[in-house]
Design a protein around this ligand. Sequence first.
Ligand SMILES: *Cc1c(COP(=O)(O)O)cnc(C)c1O
Length: 548
Amino acid sequence: MPSPYRDLLDKIRLAFPRPVSDKVHDSYFVHSILRALDRVDDLKTEVPLLGKPVEPDYDAARKASLRTKAVSIEEVTAELVGYLQGMPIHGHPRFQENVIPPPSIASLIGILLSALYNPNLCWDAHSRLIALAEVEIASIAARLVGYDPAQSAGLFTFGGTGTTLYGVKIGLEKACPKTMSEGIREPVYLFASEAAHYCKYNIASWLGLGANRFVSIPCDQANEIDLTFLEHRLREVIEQGGKIAAIIATMGSTDAFGLDNLEGIVALRDRLAAEYKLPYRPHVHADAVIGWAWSVFNDYNIDANPLGFRRRTVRAIAGACRRLRHLHLADSIGIDYHKTGFVPYVSSQILLKNREDLDLLSRDPEQMPYLYHFGAYKPGMFTLETSRSGTGIMAALANLRLLGQEGLQVMLGHLVEMAQLLREYLEGYATTTVLNRDNVGTVTIFRVYPPNVDTFTIKQQEFGDPAYRDLLHKHNEYNRRISAYLHDEAMAGRGVLLSLTDCYRLTSYGEPIVGLKSFILSPFVDEEHIQTVVDKVREAQAKVPVDG
Ligand SMILES: *Cc1c(COP(=O)(O)O)cnc(C)c1O
């Protein structure tokens, strides 16, 4: 008599794809996926959310425990779909909250294929041609930003934060050789602008520099790093005997798409390294996790404008390329395909101008006696991770192949076009004003004033004159109420989900300026949705009291 477990095992086997072709079971597999998608479809309504927002019950969640018996795929699918309740539909044209892109179908197929056969990128013996895909994407990205693919290398890692971590780690090893084996034995500093992503603090502390050795450099009005200030602080550190782990250039900041003058940073680095006869060349890492994609426009004919974008759009594109065409000057570059490449998380790549830099990270092969005996491609020799997934790689490859240069130009060009249109509409009214007017990205930050406020002068007064402190506060509160109204309306299926930024920037006297934010990343956004934003803002002005 067979033991009871054999019966149970037979049921459990149904839940795994057949290792050998079995058309009946294959269709059960596909059907299971379709059923899941059908259930998700039932959650779609007018609102840019799946189903209804549910308050998460964390108390109940903390009491969860393993169920005793196995269930069917159907049961577990229904349970899993339940977790999508209230999830924003990031590809919805009426979702404009944040830098979360909608993934393409091709990228989802890339993820599925990789997940299905589960390559491990620590070594090509376990990942076969998926390892080749990683090398191909490194070449594609290198050409895009102007690196020599024969010299450069690219690796996927755990997010944009991971890419910057790699850049700084390599810079640290250049500045202070042998920290890999002996640790940090001297004061060493990390530089970036105040607008740089906050991962700079994590990196300074996790690498052992200490978060206090992060040197924050102020930005100008356009959210660009102030080069005079940077020079001053670099000199200070060098003259006091400190070392420079890295300078991070932010090439597209998260909130405001600020673009640092990378060319200026690199020239400054070279000048100081020569003047002080530094025994190392301070590493410049470009955090281009958002900005990289604009490289597809580097050779776009701005005057002929073959894709027929509006002139304002073309001008904004030229403005971005003015900074981003210098990406190749950086020693390393961070790229997030999961931001402006329209693939699911996590898909991030660190690109190195010189692949020899990876030698600085190599561990002694004897520390890893099992994994690395044969096979030609062994990124596990220098990656921080041991197991690395192929999903981010296959998703990125899918979109690069799907869209090509022109497809990416169309996507980004359209998003910029829609952002420009929004700004034009908002500026068409006396009481709405765009805060980041000269910005060249797809995010628009604007401020709404009560009727009768002179918006031609108020922005300057609020920014520069402490006598306007009370009025600034009052208008900040007004914008919060407008934002709350727009949010409630959007959740009721009327309008567009925007977000609120608590501090677009500080006034000259140190007070935060609150603004409303539209971040456009859905290819489905069109003029009608832009019109809706403006109409709803006008409606909010009519309904929201000036004094809360
Ligand atoms: C999002 C972002 C990061 C962090 O990237 P993750 O992929 O979220 O880890 C770093 N820098 C910039 C400019 C970003 O926008």
